[in-house]
Design a binder for this molecule. Structure first.
Ligand SMILES: CC(C)(COP(=O)(O)OP(=O)(O)OC[C@H]1O[C@@H](n2cnc3c(N)ncnc32)[C@H](O)[C@@H]1OP(=O)(O)O)[C@@H](O)C(=O)NCCC(=O)NCCS
Length: 149
């Protein structure tokens, strides 16, 4: 398995992985993800040109922002997410950025799939710093998590 900047072909495979993770990514999320993939940076973890996971990121005002990530269901919990995150941490340090930020569903929301997501971030040293109440009907509240590098 190795990580590379996504090609157009990789991008399509990454969207396919996300579409299969329906408990996490709604149709609206997928629509937004496609735009984010085009406007921001995307890395993928591959084996023989087959994509098994992805991570989309950007930087904003001195912070690295983790926008989306996902690992193919059949290979979750085998350390691929960890590899993608480590890559992002190295990249951030190279750029002189000392923080990674990510938004996710709050711990107060007991929707099961996102408990797994938060477990992943907390295990990797992210700390909760902010609760953001939704201002748009139909949108969920979010928390902001931060990892200092
Ligand atoms: C979150 C995600 C990217 C992590 O990638 P991964 O390759 O599965 O994670 P790793 O193997 O590197 O790390 C494993 C850790 O993640 C968490 N985790 C992953 N799958 C889990 C599950 N099914 N149940 C509970 N915790 C889980 C745990 O903390 C686990 O550590 P442990 O095995 O010591 O308990 C992946 O599970 C995923 O794609 N989830 C769905 C999409 C998502 O939540 N994306 C992030 C928001 S955009």
């Amino acid at each position: 398995m190795r990580i590379r900047k996504a090609t157009e072909q990789d991008k399509k495979q990454a969207i396919k992985i996300a579409e299969e993770l329906k408990e996490w990514f709604t149709r609206t999320a997928i629509k937004n993800m496609k735009i984010d993939f085009d406007l921001n940076s995307l890395i993928v973890i591959i084996d023989k040109n087959k994509v098994f996971g992805f991570l989309c990121y950007t930087s904003y005002s001195g912070r690295m922002q983790l926008i989306w990530m996902g690992v193919k269901r059949s290979v979750q919990r085998k350390g691929l997410g960890d590899k993608l995150l480590k890559w992002l941490e190295r990249e951030a340090k190279k750029l002189g950025l000392h923080l990674i930020e990510v938004e996710t569903l709050p711990d107060e929301d007991d929707y099961e799939p996102y408990k797994q997501t938060r477990a992943f971030y907390y295990k990797n040293g992210f700390k909760r710093i902010l609760y953001r109440k939704s201002r748009t009907k139909g949108e969920d509240d979010q928390i902001v998590l931060e990892k200092k590098l």
